[in-house]
Ligand binder design. Structure first.
Ligand code: UD1
Length: 358
């Protein structure tokens, strides 16, 4: 049977997954029939559709419309709906990304239906089981047939859990995405002008992790720290964070400019030109590193330990003094080794899948 007759069912649902899936879909296009299933976990135009447009991806073949709700409710509904789609499609492989509830639902549905499962961004660990993402990653890795690791550390993490079969260190598809999107972003984005900011003269902040948004004291501390920095802070606000800031009636300093979530191009341009990125996002820690921008991580631990070890990422937690001290006094300038591969991860993933299905 020709490979083109083989079907890969890709499951995505949350913002970073659209960005990661784009380079892989481009790579798969010549070889496989890919069917894209969007769970609907992210549903606002600015959290979902804009990425499909910018990445020039065709709209998902299925949109399950399952956004909001508790973790169990969301994951459970996804599991039921994904099973139905997989039943009708009978794909040769299921492909999932990262560590969201959509990842776990896709992984479980595939495993239960005995369809081989490939996990992109396998082997990441924060070793903090209070994070929903950590549970999602661990469980997904343990039912995966192919585990595509972005880093050497990820391979070692899997080894510690006894997972060695099907493990491939392919590099990080986010690097592939960044290389592809940066040139387009520089051409198309006018965000610096529209916000009235210049290179190196502002900080960029994002906060969306449950541990930071759902805890009044932590979110207050972060907002106070951002408000005390010596440069203006641009803060594109995730819907969950905006809701909670409103509900809790938290004060936001004039120094902090809250804006709507941005598309991939605007975010890249804002990242590339920022003096510093302050974030609890995993993807932005890596993008900061790849772009040579210092990153202050608003968490106590990270899955992307290499960025810290290389000296370009500081774990400041939510302590106001630690955040402020890092921002005002710490200016890394050392080497940035190629931790995330060579930007060809998507092609390697496609080749490995093709070998498996030959
Ligand atoms: C999810 C992932 C997280 C990932 C993040 C990327 C889980 C457990 N977490 O977190 O790992 O880093 O996506 O952004 O899967 N909402 C809207 N509009 C939207 C999307 C969300 O209003 O387009 C609201 C939801 O209704 C919900 C809240 O934001 O109340 C949180 O959304 P949810 O998808 O549950 O988790 P994220 O915080 O986005």
């Amino acid at each position: 049977m020709g490979e083109k007759t083989r079907t890969i069912a890709t499951i995505v649902g949350a913002r970073p997954q659209f960005i990661k899936a784009a380079p892989v879909s481009r790579a798969l296009a010549g070889t496989f029939h890919e069917v894209m299933i969007h769970t609907g976990q992210h549903y606002d135009y600015g959290m979902s559709e804009v990425f499909f447009e910018e990445m020039e991806m065709r709209p998902p073949d299925f949109n399950l419309g399952i956004g909001g709700g508790s973790h169990a409710e969301q994951t459970g509904k996804m599991l039921i709906e994904i099973e139905e789609v997989l039943d009708s499609l009978k794909p040769d492989y299921v492909l999932v990304y990262g560590d969201t509830n959509s990842t776990l639902a896709g992984a479980l549905a595939a495993a239960k239906a005995q369809i081989p499962l490939a996990h992109v961004e396998a082997g990441l660990r924060s070793y903090n089981r209070t994070m929903p993402e950590e549970i999602n990653r661990v469980l997904t890795d343990h039912v995966s047939t192919l585990l595509f690791c972005p880093t050497d550390r990820a391979v070692q993490n899997l080894l510690k859990e006894g997972i060695t079969n099907g493990v491939h260190r392919v590099g990080d598809v986010m690097y592939d995405a960044l290389l592809h999107n940066l040139a387009l972003a520089r051409k198309h984005s006018h965000i610096l002008r529209s916000l009235g900011v210049k290179k190196g003269e502002y900080a960029l902040a994002t906060v969306h992790r449950a541990a930071n948004t759902d805890d009044h004291a932590r979110l207050t501390s972060i907002l106070e720290a951002l408000g005390s920095l010596s440069k203006p802070v641009i803060f594109p606000v995730h819907p969950r964070t905006r809701k909670i800031i409103g509900e809790m009636g938290l004060a936001v300093s004039q120094n902090v400019k809250l804006i709507e979530p941005l598309g991939a191009f605007d975010v890249l341009v804002l990242q590339e030109n920022a003096d510093c990125i302050l974030t609890d996002s995993g993807g932005m820690q890596k993008e900061a590193y790849l772009l040579g921008v210092r990153c202050i991580t608003l968490r106590e631990e990270t899955e992307w330990v290499e960025t810290v070890e290389a000296g370009w990422n500081r774990l400041a937690g939510v302590d106001k003094n630690a955040i402020r001290a890092a921002f005002e006094n710490w200016h890394p300038s050392g080497e940035r080794p190629a931790l995330y591969g060579d930007g060809q991860a998507a092609g390697e993933i496609c080749e490995i899948l093709a070998r498996q299905l030959r």
